[in-house]
Design a protein around this ligand. Structure first.
Ligand SMILES: [Zn+2]
Length: 441
């Protein structure tokens, strides 16, 4: 009996142990599955944490970059505020205006400066600022002085004028990221862009140009906004400067008969002054101090500047000369007159010798050599017989209403002197006469 009981007990114990073992094994399997599951969950959590961390650091980086960009802007704003505060009383403006009153014809640079000062002291709505920028633009276009053209155009836009700003004048950042901006601008037509005639076309040209700039960002100088050959040559000027292609009395002309008799009396009264030269990227220009005049039937026209073209832009009976000097004048009513002197290959020209000895080394920076004076009259012939016609500026923006007097007597220039002129070809082709009369005295 004892033995049976013991056996039963043993069997029970064995069963118990078996069950226990089975249970344990099952639990282990469940736990293992759980662990795998949990591990996967942890891994997933880790992965998304890492992703989050990455996007966080990207955002941080972006914020850093923005902060870096903002720092100089803030500096600029502070500087501008300081300038505004300093000029707030308006006495600097008054002083300057009084000082300038003595000079009849202010230079484009001074007009732009006055405009800026007025805008800073009296606000962008000040009509005087607008007027000053307008005058600056007119004068700077006349002399093709890019920096001042930009100053005047940007000034006018700031004053609310709807004018088109030359692509070269736009700030670098706007040029670099132009793609979206260009598109946005033309859609919302938001700032200062008139929606008028042919504007879309003009914008296209501009967009394309900005592209060119984008590609050549590393270049030290921006590409010129127009030139004498290729994509920027005279046939394409009209894209950015409509008068160049649409104008009906453009210069230069091929001068040939029949002529109409002119009774106009023209005489030059040019004075010696300190030499100031400018290479504006299209020609060599001599900036003349006030005091030199061209009288047309007794009406004084102030000489502003003179410059050179190679070969001569005007042709006589279909033939160009080696070069031409254009003396650019303006009278009190703002009417422009150009006196052209044709330079013919021959003996050395002493006046040109002085000028070429002082050629500016840098583009768009006025060069005034110490103690060198020059009298523009040195480049004039003695005889003053002329051909005359109504024309235009021969460079963009090709503004019309310019009276031309081309002297019949030529002046000599040596072949070497022609070759030493820094521009190989800077002459606009002759333009259609369109029924204009050419006068001759
Ligand atoms: Zn010219």
């Amino acid at each position: 009996m004892k033995r049976i009981l013991l056996e039963v007990f043993l069997v029970a114990a064995l069963i118990g142990a078996g069950v226990f073992g089975f249970m344990n094994q099952k639990q282990a399997a469940t736990s293992k599955a759980k662990i795998t599951e949990l591990t996967a969950a942890v891994e997933a959590a880790e992965k998304s944490a890492k992703e989050k961390e990455e996007s966080l650091s990207a955002a941080e980086e972006e914020m850093h970059a923005l902060q870096e960009e903002m720092a100089p802007l803030e500096e600029k704003t502070n500087q501008l505020e300081a300038v505004k505060a300093a000029l707030a009383s308006g006495s600097t403006l008054t002083d300057l205006e009084n000082a300038y009153k003595k000079e009849k014809n202010l230079s484009a640079e001074r007009q732009a400066g006055l405009g800026a000062l007025r805008m800073l002291t009296k606000g962008a709505e000040d009509p005087g600022a607008l007027e000053a920028f307008r005058k600056a633009l007119q004068l700077s276009e006349l002399g093709d002085r890019k920096n001042t053209i930009c100053a005047a155009q940007l000034g006018l836009v700031a004053a609310g004028e709807k004018i088109k700003v030359m692509s070269d004048c736009l700030p670098k950042s706007e040029k670099a990221g132009h793609g979206d901006k260009e598109e946005k601008d033309s859609k919302d037509d938001g700032h200062g862009k008139a929606k008028d005639d042919g504007h879309g076309k003009k914008d296209d040209g501009k967009g394309k140009k900005a592209d060119d700039h984008g590609d050549k960002k590393d270049e030290k100088h921006a590409a010129p906004h127009w030139g004498y050959e290729g994509e920027m040559g005279p046939e394409k000027w009209g894209k950015e400067f409509p008068t160049c292609s649409a104008g009906k009395s453009q210069s230069p002309l091929d001068i040939k008969g029949p002529f109409v008799k002119s009774r106009v009396v023209v005489s030059a009264d040019y004075k010696e002054g300190p030499l100031k030269m400018l290479n504006n990227g299209h020609t060599i220009q001599v900036v003349v101090s006030p005091g030199s005049k061209l009288r047309i039937d007794g009406i004084a026209h102030d000489l502003l500047q003179f410059h050179f073209h190679r070969p001569s832009e005007e042709k006589i009976d279909g033939k160009p000369m080696a070069m031409v000097v254009h003396f650019v004048h303006k009278n009190a009513d703002g009417k422009l007159a150009v006196l052209g002197v044709l330079l013919k290959e021959g003996n050395e020209n002493p006046g040109i010798k002085t000028l070429w000895a002082n050629l500016p080394k840098e583009e768009n920076v006025e060069y005034a050599p110490d103690g060198v004076n020059f009298n523009p009259g040195n480049l004039l012939p003695r005889e003053f017989d002329f051909y005359s016609y109504e024309g235009s500026l021969t460079t963009p923006p090709c503004t019309e209403g310019v009276r031309f007097f081309i002297l019949k007597t030529t002046v000599n220039i040596a072949k070497e002197q022609v070759q030493a002129f820094p521009f190989k070809m800077n002459a606009r082709p002759v333009q259609p006469l369109n029924g204009r009369e050419i006068l001759s005295n």
